[in-house]
Design a protein around this ligand. Structure first.
Ligand SMILES: Nc1ncnc2c1ncn2[C@@H]1O[C@H](COP(=O)(O)OP(=O)(O)O)[C@@H](O)[C@H]1O
Ligand SMILES: N[C@@H](CC(=O)OP(=O)(O)O)C(=O)O
Length: 418
């Protein structure tokens, strides 16, 4: 059994859906096919959530219309298939949005944002059936069980495995959603949809593969495979043909957005290979991640833009020791901000985080309760895996270095453009 994952870029239009059908027919019949929301639908649904929670009726209608028109135009162009399930899902969303919003933002977010994956998989399943490829549409919410951490659901592996094994059987191709799951409701009155964190569809593919002891997972991308840098920021990239799980985990952890960082561990635990291949050139081999002998030697770059360097200084005479550190980490966990890099001296603690306007102001407020806080924004965090000095010198041209951290294999540089 193979698992395929198609992300938003691969199904952003009708041509993408037809291309997916060609790939599945040629290489993936009988596979589990995990699909994300089409194009930038998740971002669009985040706007729907914002308008709904802020009770902006006109804006909400406008956003809903954009969403509906986009999906309808893809269905129109596909010209064929029974899309009644898609229309039902759109009606369910409209009905939901007619009710007054609850105060539980994250829970509401998941109920709305999860619609993107339902729509995409219903469109793809209808089209595949129409062209004569029998498929089973599986509602991932009924098999992927999570806790009640909305927007970042933690998987209950035993319950999920039982359900997946029971549901996914036989030679028929399965179509299911990435990114979404379900929890028993906090008040015990029913089930609620959860999501696994933005860009979490790769992780869903790994969950299905783990539970089914799949022979491989292939994620189909708009790039030839894993490259030694994001081609959006770098002109001369090199394809990494083979990677150890460890190197792939490190690259993803430091921010190489080509694979979600949670994807590798379940696969590594069962030795299931992960292929990253181009949906534009499906015949090309791409990158193979697995139990390979050779560690990576090519320097690989990860650029994170829009970073903020925050420095904390105790208000009293204390040092940055265990008690202060535990308080600091508690504050970050409380507001849900991920630390991209940290460094401490006796009397200061510096962290680099994404400049997320939804969370940064809350973070600064709670930190200021205990510390004097200074910060510097508009920065870049450059991570070089398997670095050498000439590589570091090259990336520092026209940049001012604010902070540097090196371990045996990884160098991290916080810089400002000159
Ligand atoms: N090291 C890397 N190798 C290849 N692509 C990368 C790398 N780092 C970042 N990317 C970016 O990842 C993108 C593909 O991931 P993403 O847009 O999340 O795909 P999808 O949403 O279709 O799953 C590429 O277009 C590329 O810009
Ligand atoms: N649609 C979700 C989940 C996802 O993984 O999408 P993609 O595979 O297009 O990155 C998101 O945008 O966060």
């Amino acid at each position: 059994m193979k698992v395929f994952k198609f992300g938003g870029a691969s199904v952003k239009d009708a041509a993408g859906v037809r291309n997916l059908a060609d790939i599945v027919q040629a290489q993936g019949q009988g596979a589990v096919v995990v699909i994300s929301a089409m194009g930038k639908t998740t971002n669009a649904l985040e706007e729907v959530v914002r308008a709904y929670m802020n009770r902006q009726a006109d804006e909400l209608q406008r956003q809903l219309q954009i969403l509906q028109t986009y999906h309808e135009s893809i269905m129109g162009e596909l010209a064929g298939g029974d899309f009644s399930a898609v229309h039902q899902t759109l009606r369910t969303l409209s009905d939901y949005l007619r009710r007054p919003p609850s105060a539980r933002y994250d829970e509401t977010y998941d109920q709305i944002v999860s619609i993107g994956e339902l729509l995409s998989t219903q469109i793809v399943a209808a089209y595949l059936s129409h062209i004569g490829l029998p498929v089973r549409w599986v509602d991932a919410r009924e098999v992927v069980r999570t806790d009640a951490t909305f927007r970042e659901g933690r998987v209950d592996w035993d319950a999920t495995q039982q359900r997946i094994v029971k549901t996914v059987k036989g030679p028929v191709t399965t179509i299911t959603q990435g990114f979404i799951g379900q929890t028993g409701s906090p008040d015990g009155t029913g089930y609620r949809t959860t999501t696994l964190g933005r860009e979490g569809s790769d992780y869903t593919a790994a969950i299905f593969a783990y539970c089914l002891d799949a022979e491989s997972v292939t994620i189909w991308k708009d790039v030839p495979g894993v490259l030694n840098a994001d081609p959006k920021y770098f002109d001369e990239t090199v394809l990494l043909e083979k990677l150890t799980y460890q190197d792939a985990i490190e690259l993803a952890y430091y921010g190489a957005t080509v694979i979600h960082p949670k994807t590798m561990k379940p696969l590594q635990n069962k030795g299931i290979p992960l292929y990253v291949r181009s949906f534009v050139q499906p015949g090309a081999p791409g990158t193979m991640i697995g139990n390979v002998e050779q560690r990576l030697t090519t320097p690989s770059f990860i650029f994170k833009v829009n970073q903020v360097l925050i420095s904390l200084h105790p208000n009293d005479f204390s040092f940055i020791a265990e008690d202060n550190l535990s308080r600091i980490f508690g504050r970050f966990a409380q507001v849900g901000v991920k630390i991209n890099l940290m460094q401490n001296t006796a009397i200061s603690f510096s962290v680099v985080v994404d400049n997320n306007p939804d969370r940064l102001p809350a973070l600064l407020t709670v930190l200021r309760q205990d510390f004097r806080v200074t910060y510097n924004d508009g920065l870049e965090l450059i991570t070089i895996r398997h670095y050498d000095q000439p590589t570091i010198d090259r990336v520092l041209v026209d940049k001012k270095l604010l902070l540097e951290q090196k371990s045996r294999y990884t160098a991290q540089l916080v810089v400002k453009n000159l």
